[in-house]
Design a protein around this ligand. Structure first.
Ligand SMILES: Nc1ncnc2c1ncn2[C@@H]1O[C@H](COP(=O)(O)OP(=O)(O)OP(=O)(O)O)[C@@H](O)[C@H]1O
Ligand SMILES: [Mg+2]
Length: 164
């Protein structure tokens, strides 16, 4: 199993779709699965709150790619690919979504604080980070494939975001 995770807007859905084609692997998009199978406990700020136990049960034994931001908080027998995007670039990518100021800064700050990477490192045996800043979804996908093959990972440090 390959898990593609990262803060909202880092390109998980776009990259995972291309990855599933390029590697001929089945794909589960957690957002769609949660809606389809009602794996939620309620709503918070307009987003569904995922029932993590139910999600883990649904994913048990799956062989393929799974993408979703909540996956960084789940323990699965998979390699985790954490997509990273510089906070400034992420802000630009999220702009068309018309999030509230609060929701936008929550997401951008989660990225600046390595939220997904820290969680994925704890929850997965193998975790790689792929910096997609300045790349297209296609280029990011090629980079993910290359990193998986060659066991590479990027290290990023977005801490200066808080000083700007
Ligand atoms: N380098 C890149 N890699 C992936 N997507 C990119 C990249 N640059 C721009 N994008 C664009 O960023 C937007 C957000 O991507 P996407 O919807 O895949 O994010 P996501 O991580 O799945 O977000 P969410 O968690 O909200 O589902 C898309 O329009 C996508 O095409
Ligand atoms: Mg998505």
């Amino acid at each position: 199993m390959i898990v593609v995770t990262g803060v909202p807007g880092t390109g998980k859905t776009a990259v995972a779709r291309l990855l599933s084609k390029r590697l001929s692997l089945a794909l589960i998009e957690v957002n769609s699965l949660v809606r389809k199978k009602k794996l939620h406990t309620g709503r918070e700020n307009g987003s569904l709150v995922v029932d993590m136990k139910k999600l883990a049960t649904e994913l048990r034994g799956f062989d393929g790619i799974v993408e979703g931001h909540v996956l960084c908080e789940l323990k699965l027998p998979a390699t985790a690919v954490v997509l990273r995007t510089s906070p400034r670039a992420l802000k630009r990518r999220l702009a068309p979504r018309r999030y509230s100021r609060q929701k936008l800064s929550d997401n951008v700050e989660a990225e600046a604080l390595d939220y997904c990477a820290i969680n994925a490192k704890q929850n997965y045996k193998k975790m790689i980070q792929v910096n997609t800043t300045g790349l297209t979804a296609r280029q990011s996908t090629a980079k993910v494939i290359h990193y998986l093959k060659t066991r590479q990972s990027d290290s990023v440090d977005w801490s200066s975001y808080f000083l700007e």
